[in-house]
Design a protein around this ligand. Structure first.
Ligand code: NI
Length: 190
């Protein structure tokens, strides 16, 4: 089932996300719905709060980027309760990011593209892996959602100022978007 994407300004994106246990109700259905929603909206990653569920679940599929980043061919992963350690010894890299929850906005974000990731898969088996490059960025972007953080929280104050009116409109539901959206309830426009 394709779920609506919760948009900047909706409180669900700024709420705490619960650790997921094997008895989490409807877990596998939720993951399937997240996948379906992400492919439909042409995202490369999605976090549960973006579909209105405050749980520590992320799905990533970066295969579409394989033309620019051959190492990403066929790479997809379900991350349950992911934990990231960033390698602070290497310099940050600046690249443009976007987000299904912040439609129409793309901004440069500096991140260290070298991490150690620990996570559980759908069967709750523990995994860990060193990840570098673009995938390390995508993982951080998605895991940020689990910490109530959006990529626009990581841009320069000047850039933030420049997109302020677009963000204010987004909170009011005034944004064009080619997928189903859920806006902040109090100020929902339609
Ligand atoms: Ni995002």
């Amino acid at each position: 089932m394709i779920l609506p994407i919760y948009i900047y300004g909706h409180p669900v994106l700024r709420a705490d996300n619960a650790v997921v246990t094997p008895d989490y109700p409807g877990l596998h259905e939720l993951i399937e719905n997240m996948k379906e929603t992400m492919y439909k909206t042409q995202g490369i990653g999605i976090a549960a709060p973006q579909v209105g569920v405050n749980a520590r679940i992320v799905y990533i599929d970066v295969d579409v980027l394989a033309e620019d980043f051959p190492e990403l061919k066929g790479v997809n992963m379900v991350l349950i309760n992911p934990e990231i350690t960033i390698d602070e010894t290497v310099p940050g890299v600046t690249r443009e990011e976007g987000c299904l929850s912040v439609p129409g906005i793309h901004e440069n974000v500096q991140r260290i593209e070298k991490i150690h990731l620990r996570w559980q898969d759908e069967q709750f088996e523990l995994h860990e892996q060193d990840i570098e490059g673009y995938l390390a960025r995508v993982v951080q972007h998605e895991c940020d959602h689990l910490e109530k953080t959006l990529f626009i929280d990581r841009i320069s104050p000047i850039r933030k100022q420049l997109i302020r009116s677009k963000l204010n409109n987004m909170v009011k539901g005034k944004v064009s978007c080619d997928y189903r959206c859920k806006f902040a309830p109090a100020r929902r426009k339609k």
